[in-house]
Design a protein around this ligand. Sequence first.
Ligand code: ZN
Length: 244
Amino acid sequence: MLSSTGSLHSDPRTALVVFSGGQDSTVCLAWALARYAHVETIGFDYGQRHRVELDCRLRVREEIHQRFPDWGAKLGEDHLLDLGLLGQISDTALTESRAIEMQANGLPNTFVPGRNLLFLTFAAALAYRRGATVLVGGMCETDFSGYPDCRDNTLKALQVAISLGLGGPMTIETPLMWLTKAQTWALSDTLGGEAFNELVIEHTHTCYLGDRSQRHAWGHGCGTCPACELRRDGYNTFARQTGR
Ligand code: ZN
């Protein structure tokens, strides 16, 4: 709905974005900033093999404050929760020095069982304390991973369970759920133009190996791990379609 000044009415709710410092959650943050009156971010420190993601999340927030003042005015507190206890129940390449490989069940061994259920449940508890009634996450069914806790039905069921358990509505929004990686690049371009895509390219992190020594057209990364390949292919498709 357009107001008399022609600007979009802001949704008055407060949103809490699950924000890792990667491309997807950064686009989700922009999506939330374009929509809600007040936006806060939450991240989880669970002994990731690479700390680079945690550094990127602070840098992205800083860049938004500096380069997108309208969004910066709505961007509130950041919360970093220590979930080191996940190390006690995971045995994966993300938290231990093992090679990333596909398991017999078709999932990469980076999978932490039910990780997103845990993240969103902690996020919901914090949101309740902060007066937020919307959770935003970058979960996606169309990418390669097939994680069952990223699926649309899982999250819809979780939304119901959380809302019942908290005794009030908690909406889980997943703006990337049905987008391809190329469409995710197009979404961030729509939300914040080339300036925002430049921010995404330069300051978000995707590479499984934590490599930021090589700069490609699509950003920093080793260029050969599955996460880099997905980001690169999506960017190349987007660039081809838009003539960039
Ligand atoms: Zn990589």
